[in-house]
Design a protein around this ligand. Structure first.
Ligand code: IYR
Length: 221
């Protein structure tokens, strides 16, 4: 019979010095991540994307339901279809739906309704949130904290890609239901985010923005 609990393995107990070193080098690593909007068409190995998704799949989740699905899109025709539908929604957003205040806030990012990166980048990873599962007998299996779980998994995905030298953009055209049709995903899966992944174009620029300081985001109690 399968044992209910097994000994914890592979927990590395570091010295304080080593802990501090590790924590510093991780801050260094993630500090260099920037969202980019101009991707080159340079291909990257599928294995890198698969490994990043594997890493995302290690994320903690409510009751270990692992309520995520990752559609890895490299087919140019599918990317094109996604671009067409996303741009339709974005056009609505920029010309009608977005309140002026929102558009003003977005000015410094230089975004608009055109999303060529959806076709140009070698990969789009469409992250779905699985609201519930169905057992083989057709019974509904409840999921818990799906947003939180998928959010953590997406964070790990982005970090894993960055660690492998792959740049990303988190993209959320709204609404995103068209992704279910294009990717033939079932109704229990809700599109969560598109992660655009690839190599920056040589001429890529990024907004001149800063991250909040530790003192602004944390307090020691
Ligand atoms: N989805 C739109 C608008 C947009 C919204 C936010 I909040 C951003 O941080 C960036 C863009 C777009 O992708 O252009």
């Amino acid at each position: 019979m399968k044992q209910k609990f097994i000994p914890l393995e592979n927990f590395h107990l570091y010295s304080d010095k080593k802990m501090i070193e590790q924590s510093k080098s991780f801050v260094n690593l993630v500090s260099n991540r920037r969202s980019i909007r101009t991707f080159s068409s340079q291909p990257i190995p599928l294995e890198v994307i698969e490994n990043a998704v594997k890493a995302a799949g290690t994320s903690p989740s409510g009751a270990n339901m692992q309520p995520w699905f990752f559609a890895i899109v490299k087919d140019p025709e599918i990317k094109k279809a996604i671009r067409i539908e996303a741009e339709k929604e974005e056009k609505e957003f920029y010309t009608k739906r977005a309140p002026d205040e929102w558009l003003k806030t977005l000015k410094k990012f230089g975004t608009n309704d055109e999303k060529p990166f959806l076709e140009k980048a070698p990969y789009l990873i469409v992250v779905f949130e699985r609201k519930f599962d169905k057992s083989a007998e057709g019974k509904t299996i409840k999921h818990y904290y799906t947003k939180e779980s998928v959010g953590i998994a997406t964070g790990i995905l982005i970090t894993a890609l960055h660690h492998s030298g792959v740049a990303t953009l988190t993209h959320t055209p709204s609404p995103m239901n068209f992704l279910n049709q294009i990717l033939d995903r079932p109704a229990n899966e809700k599109p969560f985010m598109i992660i655009v992944a690839g190599i920056p174009e040589k001429t890529t620029t990024v907004p001149n923005i800063a991250r909040k300081k530790l003192e602004e985001i944390a307090l020691i109690y």
